[in-house]
Design a protein around this ligand. Sequence first.
Ligand code: HEC
Length: 198
Amino acid sequence: MMRKTTTATAFAALFTLGAAGLTALAQPQSAPQSGVVFRNTVTGESLDVSQGKEGGRDTPAVKKFLETGENLYIDDKSCLRNGESLFATSCSGCHGHLAEGKLGPGLNDNYWTYPSNTTDVGLFATIFGGANGMMGPHNENLTPDEMLQTIAWIRHLYTGPKQDALWLNDQQKANYTPYKQGEVIPKDAKGQCKPLEE
Ligand code: HEC
C-alpha cells in the first residue's frame, strides 16, 4: 500500500517535471517575435547592436527604436542640433557638409544605392555596420542614441520630392519643407536630446 503511493507520487512528480521542462523548451519558439532585426546593408548578415561604443542604449528613444523601428528624434530640434554636430564630425568629410555627396554618395536626394536606406532601420544598419569600401562601420565611434540623432539630421537635410521620403509618416510629410541652407538651431533648443558633452 505504502509503496504504491510512493510510486504514484514519484510518477506524478516526474510527470510534472517533464511537463515543466517541455514548456521551458517550447517558450523561445512560441514567444512572439519582438524587436527589430538589423542586417548588414551589403551582406545581409544580422548585426548585434549591443556591440560597439559604450552607452546610449537605454534612452527611451533607443528602446522604442529597437522595438519598433520608429525614430522619435525626427524633427526634434534638440536632436537636430546634436545630429548636425555629429554628422559634421563623422560623416561630412566624405558625404559633404549638406550631405550633397563628395567621396561618398549624396544622402540628401531621392537616389539610394541601397534602397534599404529609405527606412531609418536600414540607415541605422548602414551607419552601424558600414557598406562597401570607404564606408566602414561606425559603431565604435557613435552610440545607438547618437546614430538616431545623426539620422534625424540626415533626414532633415533632405531636399528631394516629398513623396519619395518613405521615412516620413503622413503627418511628417504634411509638415515637410526642403532643407534651406543657413538655418541656425538655437543651442538651447528644448526637446528629448541633452546637449552633447564638449
Ligand atoms: C571615409 C569616408 C566615409 C565616411 C567617414 C562616411 N562614409 Fe558613408 N559612404 C562612403 C562611401 C565611399 C560610400 C559608398 C559605399 C557603397 O556604395 O557601398 C558610402 C555610403 C553610405 C551610405 C549608402 C548611401 C546609399 O546611396 O545607399 C550611407 C547611408 C552612408 N554612407 C552614411 C554615412 C554616415 C551617416 C556617415 C557618418 C556616420 C558616413 N556615411 C561616413 C564614405 C564614407
